[in-house]
Design a protein around this ligand. Structure first.
Ligand code: ADP
Length: 615
């Protein structure tokens, strides 16, 4: 994954191996099975809307965590422990060649066993539970499926920020997100930006809000037509708060809008219909991309490098009065197309009615399409959309979690629905606050008899998204990194530094009179320094070796101090720092740094990272 540290440097790549682009697998066709995802999402969304309206209780006073931590004393290990006997691992269990004790197993030796596992409350995870469980298991973290009396590090909510009353830790929902991505609110937020930056925000179809803007819609339609009589538009009407294609219909003329009754009780968005989508196998498809909003202030966005492509099940034709009502031709919703006899459940991620997005990119690439450009346009669309939503999200955030009050920090996985036009330009259709994370789908075994079966394509994409999100949010990551004294190299493993520490400490403890202090005495520390300096800087005289070692350590400590200072200045993630300026102060979005497209392969779950600082 690329990491952008300045506000102009937008895209970054996972630093973790699972998302490192340099390990991007080679292009490969994949296998797929389809799954039941999208449907559940929207059901949850409606539920969340109700719940989210009940605002959280004001919280008790306290907190402030942006201070610079004192510089650690110069010990080799932050928490010295009594040394176990030779031949034992640091836990005192027998150490045999190539093996480690249970507590050590599965961890790199530099990921100190002294750190407790990250704790995750999954009691409110609902339909994302299966994918979450797998992710937690893969990370060797600790799940609390029924909640926990003491606080957890991370709370995973299936629906809303307000699912739980949380005073600390991190929660995977932002307050107000559901409201912000409703069709009408999203259209309004994007329109503000379209008015300011029409060129930058031309990735969202022209939209009007009904019933309020019906007259405007008619008037503008007429105006365009007067200027260009050959213009024969189609419009799509989408009820606000609707989902799974529910209540959506196409029209050719504004007078076809079903204004009576329904619109009064159920406002809607009417939008220019994109008549020339990119087709694959003659079918229209859309893209579901997963985007992690890691923090509002500074604005940090990660984009999953693989998503899902959901296909229509009837060959596409440009809209005409005869086919306007053909939902299997015009609407890509999984929840609709699953009912078509043409729906294909596939065992491959690159065929069938639901595929990985990377498999689509592979296919396009093989036809000579510049997929770097496609990808960078998508990144740009995502960033600009989030920028459009950010000011109001900050208002929600500050009202729910005022600065100085205890409360969790927030992050959220969003589902972006994107349509590629024939000319490969990505267009935003909508944003989902609760993208389905289900990794199984319903299959009709015999008429009326359904069974949930695992969906490979969903599992492949979604587990990776959740796991990598958890990694990014890992609250102990910094501690783990800080614990690593950065001395390790190919010639000096952290395991050998551990052993050195144990050996020297035990030897000196056995000769010092005062053994009240556990850990290393000064002489032992000096000896260890000399030893490490000799190992690390082989060709120099001893005093230069030691000086180089001290330089190296001081360098790493100052880097740490700088990072802490920066954290102190920018406040905690999740938007707790004071509001730092209007969104237009942000640098214009740049495409993915180095223009790396998502890898075209089955393990392509990398996220790219964009960091904006709005100050
Ligand atoms: P819902 O939340 O009900 O799924 P969407 O906005 O996602 O509503 O629209 C449903 C489907 O309709 C999309 O998946 C897409 O296939 C199609 N669609 C929506 N808006 C447009 C548009 N402006 N042009 C072409 N197709 C569209």
């Amino acid at each position: 994954m690329q990491r952008g540290s300045s506000r102009r440097e937008l895209a970054a790549r996972w630093e973790e191996e699972a998302v490192a682009s340099d390990k991007a697998p080679a292009a490969a066709e994949q296998v797929l099975v389809d799954a039941g995802a999208a449907g559940e999402t929207e059901r949850e969304t409606a539920e969340e809307r109700c719940k989210d309206q009940a605002r959280a209780q004001p919280r008790a006073a306290e907190e402030g965590d942006a201070r610079v931590a004192p510089r650690p004393p110069p010990t080799l290990r932050p928490k010295p422990k009594p040394a176990p006997a030779r031949g034992l691992c640091p836990h005192g269990n027998p150490r045999s060649k190539g093996s480690s004790c249970k507590r050590c197993s599965g961890r790199r030796s530099d990921q100190s066993c002294t750190l407790r596992p990250v704790t995750v409350d999954s009691s409110k995870a609902r339909t994302s539970l299966d994918a979450l469980k797998i992710s937690i298991r893969q990370l060797k973290w600790k799940e609390f499926p029924f909640g926990r009396r003491s606080p957890c590090d991370i709370y995973w909510h299936g629906v809303s920020f307000h699912d739980n009353d949380i005073l600390s830790g991190q929660v995977n929902k932002f307050p107000g997100m559901t409201e912000m991505v409703r069709k009408i609110t999203l259209s309004r937020a994007v329109r503000i930006m379209q008015n300011l930056f029409p060129e930058e925000y031309n990735f969202y179809p022209r939209s009007w809000i009904l019933p309020d803007e019906f007259q405007l819609f008619v008037a503008q339609g007429r105006m365009v037509k007067d200027g260009d009589p050959s213009w024969k538009p189609t419009f799509i009407v989408k009820p606000d708060g609707g989902c799974q294609g529910d209540g959506i219909y196409l029209i050719k003329d504004p007078s076809d809008i079903r204004l009576a009754g329904i619109l009064q009780s159920r406002p809607a968005v009417v939008q220019e219909y994109i008549c020339k989508p990119l087709l694959i196998d003659k079918l229209k498809f859309d893209i579901r991309l997963y985007v992690l909003l890691k923090s509002l202030d500074p604005l940090e966005i990660y984009i999953a490098k693989d998503g899902l492509s959901r296909f229509c099940t009837e060959p596409y034709q440009e809209p005409n009065p005869k086919n306007l009502h053909h939902v299997f031709m015009h609407l890509t919703n999984y929840s609709l197309n699953i009912h078509s006899s043409n729906f294909v459940h596939s065992d491959s991620t690159s065929t069938g009615s639901k595929r990985t997005f990377s498999s689509i990119l592979c296919r396009l690439s093989s036809k000579g399409v510049d997929i770097k450009k496609v990808w960078s346009d998508i990144i740009s669309l995502v960033i600009k959309t989030v920028i459009a939503l950010t000011p109001e999200l900050k208002v929600f955030y500050q009202s729910d979690i005022p600065v100085g009050r205890p409360g969790p920090t927030c992050f959220q996985i969003l589902g972006f629905d994107i349509l590629l036009m024939k000319n490969l330009k990505p267009m935003l259709l909508e944003v989902n606050a609760n993208p389905s994370m289900r990794i199984e789908h319903e299959q009709e075994l015999s008429p009326g008899v359904f069974e949930n079966v695992p969906s490979l394509v969903d599992e492949e994409v979604k587990v990776a998204v959740i796991r990598d999100t958890l990694r990014l949010m890992d609250p102990l990551k910094k501690k783990r990194e800080n614990q690593n004294c950065k001395l390790s190299s190919s010639s000096l493993s952290m395991a050998s530094v551990d052993i050195l520490y144990i050996d020297i400490t035990r030897r000196w403890n056995s000769v010092t009179l005062d053994q009240r202090d556990s850990g290393m005495c000064l002489q032992a520390f000096t000896e260890a320094c000399f030893y490490l300096a000799q190992r690390k800087f082989k060709m120099l005289p001893l005093h230069e070796q030691v000086a180089s070692l001290i330089d190296l350590c001081e360098h790493h400590l100052s880097v740490l101090d700088e990072r802490r200072l920066m954290c102190g200045r920018s406040g905690t993630s999740g938007g707790r720092a004071p509001y730092s300026g209007p969104p237009q102060e942000a640098a214009p979005s740049a495409p993915l740094a180095e223009g790396n497209p998502p890898p075209c392969a089955n393990s392509a779950h990398k996220l790219s990272h964009s960091r904006h600082t709005l100050s």
